[in-house]
Design a protein around this ligand. Structure first.
Ligand code: HOZ
Length: 428
């Protein structure tokens, strides 16, 4: 038994499944999770001292690599003055100003503690502002685990085969309508059948919780047009795409305006932070200026704000990072597609920006049905073999692979070499 296995056994006695978030339990890949000792740059090290090239990056926020010295220094400095006050600090305003300066079409921000909280609050705001109850989401998109969003959800819910969670009252779930990603007709049908009842359409502008599924040409603009036609709000859930596709996230990358945007961990540089943002008119509907209630003692926590400020400042100052990480991910995707051409294992590689996924299906993956056609047992075998070669991938098919600025060309080449060795061995 290695140290992770021992620690997992102990953890299972006091935490359901031994974890605090289901995907990391490694159930989908049939092994014991690696317990982590630490991480630096592009590398993560387990408690037995094995170092891996990390493509999870804490599920996205480590775009500049783990334990970046500027982030650590900012945290160390602010910590000296206390950890939490439940009262305003200037750091919150600074981070809000920075977010507003980087993201198009937003004027005000409310800080929260997670992407789940950001979405839950943005949905409440959309309902409060429109006086309508229904929400349209897409099958396989994941927007955190608030009740309204656990309907045909992606990520761990999809991995567990339970996209509709137990414990969500039917009276709540019936207000969540689901459409097909990349299919505008399916959205218009719902809007027309529920005229004047839909508060918002919420979408991951790049779906990244059924594996990575880019939006088809015109899909996001089509959603914008439909929302205008039916007077519903458009919410971009940018927990993954925010500050990752571009400094201004998906709105900048695709040139499409959303009414509300939600952010997650990336704006806290890895600390627990989320935020939702929009126009002044919409955001002033939030308490205390408006009737939509939302609150939190830890919201705008100074340590989290300091980490976020340090990371977003670096991203703002270094726009060249974006073409670089996109080119690196595109190179990796091209090499992996090349391996598929040589070894014919039946996989499809999707990539956009610095996000990619290897799906074990020969079908193009453009929506939930395509993603579900993947052979998850094959993914599990691939995951285990890659981990054995010190490549740390997401422990489930329906997640993303994150390339960051800390990955070197050698890291990328080592990843391709590992994948080739795995595929060659399978073929033999
Ligand atoms: N829901 C996250 C992946 N999309 C996993 C979070 C975690 O286990 O930390």
């Amino acid at each position: 038994m290695d140290t992770s296995e021992k620690m997992f056994e102990q953890a299972c006695r006091v935490m359901p499944g031994g974890v605090n978030s289901p995907v990391r339990a490694y159930r989908a890949v049939g092994m014991t999770p690696r317990f982590i000792r630490g991480a630096k740059g592009a590398y993560i090290t387990d408690v037995d001292g094995v170092e891996y090239i990390d493509y999870v990056g804490s599920w996205g926020p480590m775009i500049l690599g783990h334990a970046h010295p500027r982030v650590l220094d900012a945290v160390a400095e602010v910590m000296q003055h206390g950890l939490s006050f439940g009262a305003p600090t200037g750091l919150e305003t600074q981070l809000a100003e920075l977010v507003v300066s980087m993201v198009p079409h937003i004027e005000m921000v409310r800080m929260v503690n997670s992407g789940t909280e950001a979405v839950m609050s943005a949905v409440r705001l959309a309902r409060g502002a429109t006086g309508r109850d229904k929400i349209i989401k897409f099958e396989g998109c994941y927007h955190g685990h608030s009740d309204s969003m656990l309907v045909k959800a992606g990520s761990g819910a999809l991995t567990q085969g339970r996209p509709d969670s137990a414990g969500v009252p039917a009276s709540i779930a019936e207000n969540t309508l689901t459409a097909t990603y990349n299919d505008l007709d399916s959205v218009e049908q719902l809007l027309a059948a529920n005229r004047d009842e839909v508060a918002a359409v919420i979408v991951e502008p790049v779906a990244a919780n059924m594996g990575v599924v880019p939006p088809a040409e015109g899909f996001l603009q089509g959603l914008r047009d439909l929302c205008d036609k039916y007077e519903a709000l458009l919410i971009f859930d940018e927990v993954i795409t925010g500050f990752r596709l571009a400094r201004g996230g998906a709105q900048e990358y695709f040139g499409v305006r959303a009414d509300l945007v939600t952010f997650g961990k990336i704006i806290g540089g890895g600390m627990p932070v989320g935020a939702f943002a929009g126009s002044r008119a919409l955001m002033e509907q939030v308490a205390p200026t408006g009737p939509v209630y939302q609150a939190g003692t830890l919201s705008g926590n100074p340590v989290a704000m300091a980490a976020g400020l340090a990371q977003l400042t670096m991203l703002k100052e270094n726009p060249d990072i974006y073409p670089q990480i996109e080119a690196d991910a595109a190179w990796l995707a091209k090499q992996l597609r090349g391996l598929e051409e040589t070894y014919h294992l039946g996989c499809t590689v999707n990539q956009i920006g610095s996000l990619l996924s290897v799906f074990f299906t020969e079908q193009p993956v453009t929506n939930y049905a395509g993603a579900k056609s993947s052979d998850t047992d094959k993914y599990a075998a691939y995951f285990r073999a890659m981990l054995g070669k010190k490549i740390y991938l997401a422990p489930a098919q329906f997640e993303a692979m994150f390339v960051g600025a800390a990955h070197t060309k050698q890291d990328l080449q080592a990843t391709v070499d590992a994948a080739e060795a795995v595929m060659k061995a399978w073929k033999a």
